[in-house]
Ligand binder design. Structure first.
Ligand code: ADP
Ligand code: MG
Length: 247
């Protein structure tokens, strides 16, 4: 078995005495798509905060390759190749879809500079490729603010990819989407696995089933791993049912 690229060991984080994350272990292997579920307040977003340096663990180890992420800040961690998508899409509403991708390209510096910067053919090819991937090539000249909610989510995934991260942490990508949009989002994320390593936090069980396929799903509850297993095992697990049905 190869080495995990992301290694989270016995991590805890309290806020004013409240344990948001407690003794958490998590490993991500290269090219994997891992799904994390759990009720509201389970600590899913905090888990991402800890990996990305937005919050620091009280104890525990978080390693990415040879790097000890607990010693690095948010910017440094992002530069190492860990990208995050927050739950609510935040795109540049007054810029076009194409410009949003341009502004997010790795190596591009500054909003205004890049708008007047002459693109290399590589950069322009990369934007075309991303537009196709997120299925917004026919809307490349639309102002991002005019897109539907689901399209904004896809654009933001495209923007994340434009920065060329090795690991993608994606928080509830299907929130507020129609069934059709949710399914397309699942296809998009599945197409990224292999090339990228992904951790996807989600609530929608149909979506989880689609993206997890036969890989392990991690169930978080009160900041700890309640259960880990294949989707069918998760669904059948009594502890998991209590946590979900009990609410
Ligand atoms: P989830 O994403 O699973 O819904 P969160 O990780 O957002 O859950 O939150 C887990 C718990 O930690 C919640 O009770 C939340 O109020 C608390 N928490 C998260 N971040 C902070 C913070 N910055 N300050 C105080 N409490 C926080
Ligand atoms: Mg959350």
């Amino acid at each position: 078995m190869s080495h995990p690229i992301l290694n989270v060991e016995d991590v805890s984080k309290s806020y004013d005495g409240f344990k948001a994350i407690s003794g958490l272990n998590f490993y991500l292997f290269k090219g994997e798509l891992r799904t994390v579920i759990g009720p509201n307040g389970a600590g899913k977003s905090t888990f991402f905060d800890l990996i990305t340096g937005r919050a620091k663990p009280d104890v525990g180890k978080i390693e990415f390759g040879d790097h000890d992420l607990t010693q690095l800040n948010e910017f440094q961690i992002n530069r190492l190749g860990i990208g995050r998508k927050f739950q609510t899409p935040s795109v540049y509403s007054n810029h076009t879809v194409w410009e949003n991708l341009l502004l997010s390209l790795s190596g591009t510096r500054g909003v205004f500079a890049s708008l007047f910067f002459k693109l290399s053919s590589d950069q322009s090819d990369r934007i075309d490729e991303l537009l196709k991937l997120i299925r917004l090539d026919d809307k490349r000249d639309w102002k991002a603010g005019a897109l539907a909610h689901g399209e904004k989510q896809w654009l933001e995934i495209g923007m994340l990819l434009a920065s060329d991260p090795e690991v993608l942490l994606i928080d509830e990508p299907a929130a507020g989407m129609t069934d059709e949009e949710t399914h397309r989002t699942g296809e998009l994320l599945l197409s990224l696995a292999g090339q990228h390593s992904l951790v996807v936090v989600e609530h929608d069980m149909t979506f989880v089933k689609q993206i997890a396929q036969d890989t392990a799903v991690t169930v978080l509850h009160q900041g700890s791993v309640l259960f880990e297993g294949k989707f069918d095992e998760v669904q059948a697990n009594q502890k998991v049912r209590e946590v979900y049905l009990g609410r």
